[in-house]
Write a protein that binds this ligand. Structure first.
Ligand code: ATP
Ligand code: MG
Length: 756
């Protein structure tokens, strides 16, 4: 038997207060990493050890199966393994199955694996034409309706009130929703939300059953209570009856599921609903270094107060106080394009692993699922193990699989069509990228993103990622056709499918809730991705800020924020850094001014600055004619494709042979060693030393490290010489905030101007 007091030893004063508050309503309002989950698991174990709770009479509820599993593990470790830790859904399902025979009778209900087939039937009964994507969006909307307890007839008014962007005409959604419910009933199925609705129905209408459930469970604990939806809240109230042994913990600043109907009002209103509640606030952040905590505080400190949404969000804000010793500076890095960003992040991950950090202690977090592909690839290229959480791996997604299949079919028909995609005049052009766009258009892709969020948007993003890959591949292999590209995609898919155990986590910000890693990379921080384009209302923008807050607060030690100005290499630098970064920068500047300890400095970005161009992504110029280079392939070559080449063919051939050997040795596609354009630039430029080699586009620090000696030996240069002018540094502009002030004050720079 565990000594109850021993269990309190690992807690601070307020956490101990939580653990000791074993009776009556308890509400813990606390920020990220302050030990909420730790405090409630200790509270449960303490209550059990002190004999106040019978383990079988306590129900701990969380929101994901993974979190429930983690909680069970922690409880076992604290000697309270007999306590039930479940999701709302699994707890309700168990009860429903148990009481079904005496309430409804007959065989237990059949649960719908997926709403899609019935939504399809309903849509067709309503004479509405849909595709698979539209069906997914309709299914999500029906889920929102049911979670918020909105009946079909009330949908148009409810959607307007909630300022939601409906997936289609509200009256139409309403009709399809009603037809879906009818078809479902007729077939004898129940869906995910029905499990909760029916359990609530039984508990509300059958007092004797409610009594039995209530005599089984007498104490309740809810983690992440800020994300409870009205349906779950109603079930919780039924479980409780008139009793008050309920402990809820949450952080309103981490509400990130409003779009599914969740609301932090239940958490924030708890002290009003229970006048005698014990309310405890935790502010000490045990998870993250002061550097990370500083960013988290600055992010919430910058919530605009002019809007009602901002004022509401600001009221819920809790200032965190860092407990851990100082760690490394938070890194802010701007890249010219997404591919460069993924390469940079993967290199940084490689250095972390080389320095002894376990891959499982590293994460890359992004806003939308489609962003994972470039990171999957960049990590796979380097043979770094990774796991994708909460989403399907890129090449497993149905829309991607189907597109690759269509491309394979098209490749059999014709290599590279001369004409552009029919019906897409703005996409005109010949070559591989145009051919791929044509195939994708046939699969429902449009050059512009669809309005709104949801599945339609996700599909579009995946297809857009394929289109971008094609452009990139074409730049590197100007003469390649569809068949080569499909082969390339298949190789990538194979590389990405290797199963791993201890891998770097790639996850969406939504699925990262409650988790923590030593090193976190938050990527793609541009307007349009964070906040996401369809976050049109003030409320929606504040939810995006909270998502970033959740991301930032996942990091224990190392935090790296990055963004890319263009989607594809050589593409127009039309993206702008996220507005949330401005607020961080301003806060850091203010801190830098008031303390000598931190300065904002521009990192020693090599490439772009050394070419004497604008501070950021100024044009790369042709070394023959001096013209600004626009095309990616020209930029890599360092000259216009039609300017005279001084290529030494024999040398180029030797380099190619060397590349093939390297690729074979490492089981990599050849372009992963160096692309053709980079190889050509090396053969033409004949860099004499590492520094010069590092200036060639496509030769990043990792490649330099790995290949410089051999390449320079082939060129007859000084392979081993250490570079004096920045070789080995990242080829992008790096801004380090809060870095130790070891540079002269006049090196401090505080601007990040954007270029359109
Ligand atoms: P989130 O809001 O992200 O869910 P949380 O408030 O639930 O965070 P926990 O996950 O419980 O925070 O704790 C964050 C980290 O801090 C964990 O690694 C935990 O073990 C550690 N921690 C919490 N309290 C203490 C403490 N008193 N002493 C030492 N470590 C602690
Ligand atoms: Mg937690």
């Amino acid at each position: 038997m565990t000594d109850p007091d021993e269990l309190l030893a690992g807690l601070d004063r307020e956490q101990r207060e939580v653990a000791r508050a074993l009776h009556g309503p308890v509400c813990v309002l606390a920020g990220a990493g302050t030990g909420k989950t730790r405090a409630i698991t200790h509270r449960i174990a303490y209550g059990v050890a002190a004999g106040v709770y019978q383990p079988s009479q306590l129900l701990a509820v969380t929101f994901t199966a993974r979190a429930a599993g983690e909680m069970r593990g922690r409880l076992r470790g604290l000697g309270a393994g007999a306590v039930q830790a479940r999701t709302f859904h699994s707890a309700a399902l168990r009860q429903l199955q148990y009481f079904w025979p005496q309430t409804v009778g007959g065989p237990p209900p059949r649960i719908l694996e997926s709403k899609i087939p019935l939504v399809a039937e309903a849509a067709s009964a309503c004479r509405v034409r849909t595709d698979r994507t539209a069906l997914r969006d309709l299914a999500s909307e029906i889920e929102w309706c049911k979670s918020t307890q909105t009946a079909p007839d009330d949908y148009p008014a409810a959607v307007a009130k909630a300022q939601r962007v409906p997936p289609r005409e509200p009256a139409e959604v309403s009709r399809i929703y009603a037809a879906y419910e009818q078809h479902k009933r007729e077939r004898g199925f129940i869906d995910f939300e029905d499990v909760l609705l029916l359990t609530i129905g039984v508990l509300e209408s059958r007092p004797e059953i409610a009594d039995r459930v209530r005599s089984q469970y007498r104490h309740f604990v809810v983690d992440e209570y800020q994300d409870v939806n009205p349906l779950q809240q109603r079930l919780l109230e039924q479980w409780l009856g008139t009793r008050e042994s309920l402990c809820v913990v949450g952080d309103a600043s981490q509400t990130i599921y409003s779009f599914t109907g969740a609301s932090p009002d239940y958490l924030l209103g708890f002290p009003d609903r229970y006048a005698d509640a014990t309310v405890i606030r935790l502010v000490r952040d045990y998870r993250s270094t002061p550097q990370v905590v500083g960013v988290a505080n600055a992010l919430l400190g910058a919530i605009p107060q002019e809007t009602a949404a901002g004022r509401r969000a600001a009221r819920a804000r809790l200032e965190l106080v860092a407990q851990r010793p100082a760690g490394p500076a938070v890194r802010y890095t701007e890249y010219p394009d997404e591919a460069a960003e993924a390469e940079g992040v993967a290199e940084s991950i490689r250095s972390l692993i080389d320095s002894g950090v376990r891959p499982a202690e590293i994460a890359v977090l992004f806003r939308i699922n489609a962003q994972s592909e470039v990171y999957e690839q960049a990590l796979a290229d380097r043979h770094l193990p990774y796991v994708v959480r909460g989403i399907e791996r890129f090449f497993d997604r149905p829309e991607v699989r189907q597109s690759v299949l269509l491309m394979r079919g098209a490749a059999r028909g014709a290599e590279v069509p001369e004409q552009s995609a029919a019906g897409e005049p703005e996409e005109a052009g010949s070559g591989l990228a145009a051919a791929v766009r044509a195939v994708l258009s046939g699969n429902g892709w449009t050059p512009g993103a669809p309005a709104g969020s949801g599945r339609a948007r996700e599909v579009w993003e995946s297809l857009a990622a394929l289109a971008a890959l094609a452009e990139e591949y074409e730049s590197a292999h100007p003469r390649a056709g569809l068949a080569e590209f499909v082969h390339e995609l298949e190789e990538r898919a194979a590389l990405q499918h290797a199963p791993v155990v201890d891998g770097v986590t790639l996850a969406s910000l939504h699925s990262a809730k409650g988790l923590e890693w030593d090193a976190v990379h938050l990527v793609g921080l541009t307007e349009g991705l964070l906040p996401i384009t369809y976050a049109e209302t003030d409320e929606a923008v504040e939810e995006e800020r909270r998502l970033l807050y959740v991301g930032v607060t996942r990091a224990r030690e190392q935090l790296a924020l990055s963004w890319a100005l263009a989607r594809t290499p050589g593409g127009r630098a039309s993206r702008r850094p996220s507005r949330f970064l401005d607020s961080l920068k301003e806060a850091q500047e203010a801190r830098a001014e008031s303390s000598a300890g931190g300065v904002l400095r521009r990192g020693s970005g090599r490439g772009l600055q050394e070419q004497g161009k604008s501070k950021r992504s100024g044009p790369v110029r042709c070394r023959v004619c001096g013209k600004a280079l626009i095309e990616a392939v020209d930029r890599k070559l360092g000259r216009c494709a039609d300017c005279p080449s001084d290529l030494d063919q024999a040398l180029f051939q030797r380099l190619r042979e060397w590349r093939s050997e390297q690729a074979k040795e490492q089981s990599l596609p050849a372009y992963c060693v160096f692309t053709d354009a980079t190889l050509t630039a090396i053969a033409e430029g004949r860099p004499a030393d590492r520094a010069a080699l590092s200036r060639i586009p496509g030769v990043g620090s990792a490649k330099l490290e790995r290949y410089a000696d051999e390449v320079l030996a082939m060129l007859g240069g000084s392979g081993g010489a250490a570079a004096g002018d920045g070789a080995g540094e990242e080829s992008q502009l790096a801004l380090e905030l809060d870095a130790p002030s070891d540079e002269g004050a006049d090196e401090a720079e505080t601007e990040t101007e954007t270029e359109d």
